[in-house]
Each structure stands twice: as C-alpha cells, then as structure tokens.
Design a protein around this ligand. Structure first.
Ligand code: ADP
Ligand code: MG
Length: 396
C-alpha cells in the first residue's frame, strides 16, 4: 500500500483520533460477532504502547442522526475492556463540553471511546464544521475503519482535511490483501459467488469475469441464472428483472472463455424453517410450492473438484440460507474446502458480511489467507471503485 501508515509517523505523547469500524451486530444489546472489535486491537495496542493518548471513535448501526439508546457503544466498550484487560472509559456523546473535559485529562497511554458518531446527522453528511470539531480533539488522525472506507463521512474523509493523517494497521492489511488479489493473483484464479441476489452483485460479476478463469455460482443468485436457462424454480427467490442480466453474464463468460459453473442439483424445502421437510433434487425437480435453500451434494463435489486446480480463490456470498443450520451444508462444505487449500499454498480470500460470518461460525477465519472485515467496502474495492476513506489518506 502506498499510503502513509501509523508505522511511518511519531505518535509519542500525541493525542490521536483513531477511527475504527466497531459496527458489530447486536442482539438485544449483546454483541453476536466481535470480529470487528478484535480486528481493531492491533492498531489500538500499537498506539497505546507507543505513548499516544487515543481517542477512539466509531459508528454503530443506523441511528440516522438521532440519539438511540439501543445503539450506544457501551457493549463495545465492555468488550474492549475485556480484550484489552483494562477499563475502557467512554463519553456520553461524540462531541461537546463533557468530551472536552475528558480529553483534557488524557495522558499518554490513555484510551477514551467516544459515543456513536452517527447520533449526529453531520457525520454522514460529511459536514466540514463537524469534521473540524472532531479534528480539534487531536493532533493526529489515524483511519483503521476499512469497513467504513466506502463512505465519505466526517470521521472518515472530512477530518483528513484538518489533521495530519495516516492509515491504521487493519486498513493497511485489508488494502494490501485485496489489491494483491486484483493485481497479481496466481492463476488459475477462481471465484465462488453466492448470496441472495444478482442485482447487488452485477458489477462485481463483471469485474470477476475479466480477471478469473472460473466463476462458481451458488445461493439465491444461482436461482436467477437457472431460471434464465429455463428451469422452474418454484417459490424460490428469483429476480425476474435480472433474467436479462443473468443471460448477458452467461454469454459474456462464453465469449471470454471463463468457466461459469451453475448448480447441477439443489436442496429444496417446503418452508424456510429449520424443521421443514427437505430434499435433494436435480435441476428440473423443483415443485411449484417448494423453495431452493442450498446447493446439492453433487454441486459441492463438482465445485470442489474444479477448485482443486485454483491457485487463488476468492469467495463472496453464502451458497444457501446458511443462517438455518439444515440449509448450511453447502456453504459449510465450501468453507471447509477453501480453508483446506490455504495450507496447500493457495491464496484464499473471503469478503462479504454474511460469507465472513459463515466462515467465522466454523472457526475457519485463521485458516484463510485473508478474511475481510470490510463487507460492502471490500466488494466495492474488488469492483475497482476508489474508496473515499482510503483515497483521502496521504501517500507515503
Ligand atoms: P455477503 O454478505 O457475503 O456478500 P449476501 O448479503 O449477498 O452475502 O447474501 C447473504 C444472504 O443470502 C444470506 O442472508 C442468505 O440467507 C441468502 N441466501 C443464500 N442463498 C439463498 C437462497 N437460495 N434463497 C434465499 N436467500 C438465500
Ligand atoms: Mg450480506
């Protein structure tokens, strides 16, 4: 990465405004996946160990510019306290007199967490006055929020206009891994793409067709491709307005000689419910009241056999409705297989919120070359879009 990083600057004795992405999923106030908190630790520790006073900030959820008690960062402060083995203090607001007082008391090695930035509408509006107010708290800005880098907000973009800025270690690691994936993937480079819809992933599909030797399609997205080929999909998720695009992608793949693989068998269920009746059927075996919920075992076999040739594998999007255990077999089999290839020297990269959570649930995160915390940001990066949060940082 050609951006300035925390390793290039002297932070000792300085007040550092550290923007992290601590936007974790919550269920009734409890963190259900703390990956993003853990991924933020290296930069926090790095700064504290070097005698910086760290003002840590993040958004959480979508409070849309209003205080929302369910979206306070308290659970994150508690989790951080556990992980760091010290009491992480937090402010009642991201801004204001109380924050000024707390910041005035900071000493080298101290850590203070600000309340949810998005309680202020100015954050998402990238309001220059708000960005300046955030900047006034510190002497240096460090951006480690890769998951928020696709949005030009006050704390990711605006603030860089007012402070010397640098990338954090996580942001650096993400940009490096994803740039390498695009710039110099050892070939063959195969992609597995799934998830709910074709519509959200047209751009990434186009880019992948230009770079990969094979694209293996699963999940709800595969239904639309199969429907475009004339198969009846019953009550499954199909996007009728995307049939044309699915056809275009298929003919583009033929023209570019990219192997586009579709499922050859399917798991169907009578209802989207863990105890629903379930069955494996061939492509023409979906009854009109049934729903496709996963790829079938023959498809898993065909995909893993083909993936055995790859030297680079990128995976985005689950193969089925993996949130429901009986429909997660295809996703889990692919996850296990991809993870097993890392030890064989294959570059294995996973990106996308749900695919990453599927990998994490299986405890396979450490067995992949890179698992992106970026969600939407990692997809936009792979699509070749410039991320404002990254662009705003100065070059080395
Ligand atoms: P990612 O976050 O990894 O990019 P997406 O958000 O695109 O993935 O898609 C994830 C969602 O796709 C999951 O909620 C999953 O239940 C859903 N999904 C996968 N397969 C199907 C299917 N056959 N029918 C309906 N939804 C599906
Ligand atoms: Mg998702």
């Amino acid at each position: 990465m050609n951006k300035l990083t925390v390793r290039d600057i002297d932070v000792r004795g300085k007040r550092v405004f550290l923007r992290a992405d601590l936007n974790v999923p919550l269920d009734d106030g409890r963190i259900t996946d703390d990956t993003r908190v853990r991924a933020s630790l290296p930069t926090i520790r790095y700064l504290l160990e070097r005698g910086a006073a760290v003002i840590l900030a993040s958004h959480l959820g979508r409070p849309k510019g209003k205080v929302n008690d369910a979206l306070r960062l308290k659970p994150v402060a508690d989790r951080l306290s556990q992980l760091l083995g010290r009491n992480v203090r937090m402010t009642g607001d991201a801004l204001g007199p109380g924050v000024q007082v707390a910041i005035g008391k900071l000493r080298p090695g101290d850590l203070l967490l600000l309340e949810n930035l998005r309680f202020h509408a100015e954050e998402e509006a990238n309001d220059p006055g708000f960005a300046k107010a955030l900047a006034d708290m510190a002497e240096i800005y460090v951006d480690d929020a890769f998951g928020s880098a696709h949005r030009a907000h006050a704390s990711t973009e605006g603030i860089t206009h007012f402070l010397p800025s640098a990338a954090g270690l996580l942001l650096e690691q993400e940009v490096t891994a994803l740039s390498n994936l695009l710039a110099k993937p050892p070939k063959p480079f195969h992609t597995i793409i799934g998830g709910a819809k074709v519509s959200g992933k047209l751009e990434v599909l186009e880019v992948l067709l230009a770079r990969c030797q094979a694209v293996l399609v699963g999940g709800g997205m595969a239904n639309t491709f199969l429907a475009a080929k004339g198969h009846a999909m019953g009550k499954s998720l199909v996007e009728p307005d995307q049939l044309v695009n699915a056809e275009r992608i298929m003919s583009e793949a033929r023209r570019k000689r990219v192997r586009l693989m579709l499922p050859t068998d399917l798991v169907i269920a009578a209802q989207i419910h863990p105890r629903s009746q379930r069955q494996v059927v061939p492509l023409n075996g979906v009854p009109k009241d049934w729903i496709v919920v996963d790829i079938g075992p023959q498809t898993v076999e065909a995909y893993t056999t083909h993936l055995a040739k790859a030297r680079t594998i990128f995976w985005n999007g689950p193969m089925g409705i993996f949130e429901i255990a009986p429909f997660a077999e295809g996703t889990n089999a692919i996850a296990n297989y991809v993870a097993s290839r890392t030890a064989a020297g294959v570059i294995t990269v996973v990106g996308g919120g749900d695919s990453v959570s599927a990998v994490d649930k299986l405890g396979l995160t450490k067995k992949m070359s890179h698992v992106s915390t970026g969600g939407g940001a990692s997809l936009e990066f792979v699509e070749g879009k410039k991320l404002p949060g990254v662009e705003a940082l100065p070059d080395r």
